[in-house]
Ligand binder design. Structure first.
Ligand SMILES: Cc1cc2nc3c(=O)[nH]c(=O)nc-3n(C[C@H](O)[C@H](O)[C@H](O)COP(=O)(O)O)c2cc1C
Length: 161
C-alpha cells in the first residue's frame, strides 16, 4: 500500500541520460511541500547540472564520488537564523528523494558536515547567512534495489520507553 515510500533506495549508479527540467521542477515542488515549523520554509535549493561542478563535488566530498557520473545534484540549504532549519531541511530532503524515486529517477542523500560543508559552501558561493544541509545526487538509475521497510519491533516502545 505504501510502496511509494519503500521503493526509495539510495541509488549511486546512473545512466548517462540527463534529467529533464520538468522532472527537476517536480522534485523541487515536492521538496517545498514538506512540513515546516511555523511554515517559515527556510529552505533554498542549488541545482547543479554543470559537469565541471559535479566533478569538483566528487573531488571534495569523499562519500559523493558518484557525482562524477551523475547528470544532476541538488544541494538543500537553509536560512542559518531559522531555529528549525535542520528539521525543515530534513523533511524537504526526504520529500525530494521520495519524488525522485517515484518519477523513475535514482538518488542518494549525502551528508554535509564539517569540512564537507565548508568545501561545498566555497564551491557553490553560498552566502554567510545560509547553511548547506544536504547534497542529493540524482540521475536515471543504472542499478536496481528492492523495495523494503526496515521494520524492527525492538525499536518500538508502546506507552512509554
Ligand atoms: C544524513 C545522511 C547522510 C548520508 N551520507 C551519505 C554519503 O555521504 N554518501 C552515500 O553514499 N550515502 C549517504 N547516505 C545514504 C545512506 O548510506 C543510506 O540511506 C543508508 O545506507 C540506507 O540505505 P537506503 O537509502 O537504500 O535505504 C546518507 C544518508 C543520510 C540520511
Amino acid at each position: 500500500m505504501l510502496d511509494f515510500i519503500y521503493k526509495r533506495r539510495s541509488i549511486r549508479k546512473y545512466t548517462g541520460q540527463p534529467v529533464e527540467d520538468e522532472k527537476i521542477t517536480e522534485m523541487l515542488k515536492a521538496a517545498m511541500a514538506a512540513p515546516s515549523a511555523n511554515n517559515k520554509q527556510p529552505w533554498h535549493f542549488v541545482v547543479i547540472k554543470e559537469r565541471e561542478t559535479l566533478n569538483k563535488i566528487a573531488e571534495v566530498h569523499p562519500y559523493a564520488k558518484m557525482a562524477a557520473n551523475a547528470p544532476l545534484a541538488i544541494v538543500v540549504c537553509g536560512d542559518a537564523d531559522n531555529y528549525y532549519m535542520w528539521q525543515d531541511c530534513a523533511a524537504s530532503t526526504q520529500n525530494l528523494l521520495l519524488a525522485a524515486a517515484n518519477i523513475g529517477l535514482g538518488a542518494v542523500w549525502c551528508g554535509l558536515r564539517e569540512e564537507r560543508e565548508i568545501n561545498m559552501r566555497k564551491l557553490l558561493g553560498v552566502p554567510d547567512n545560509i547553511r548547506t544541509f544536504s547534497l542529493i545526487i540524482i540521475g536515471y538509475p543504472a542499478e536496481e534495489k528492492p523495495s523494503r521497510s526496515q521494520y524492527t519491533e525492538e525499536k518500538v516502545h508502546y506507552g512509554g520507553w
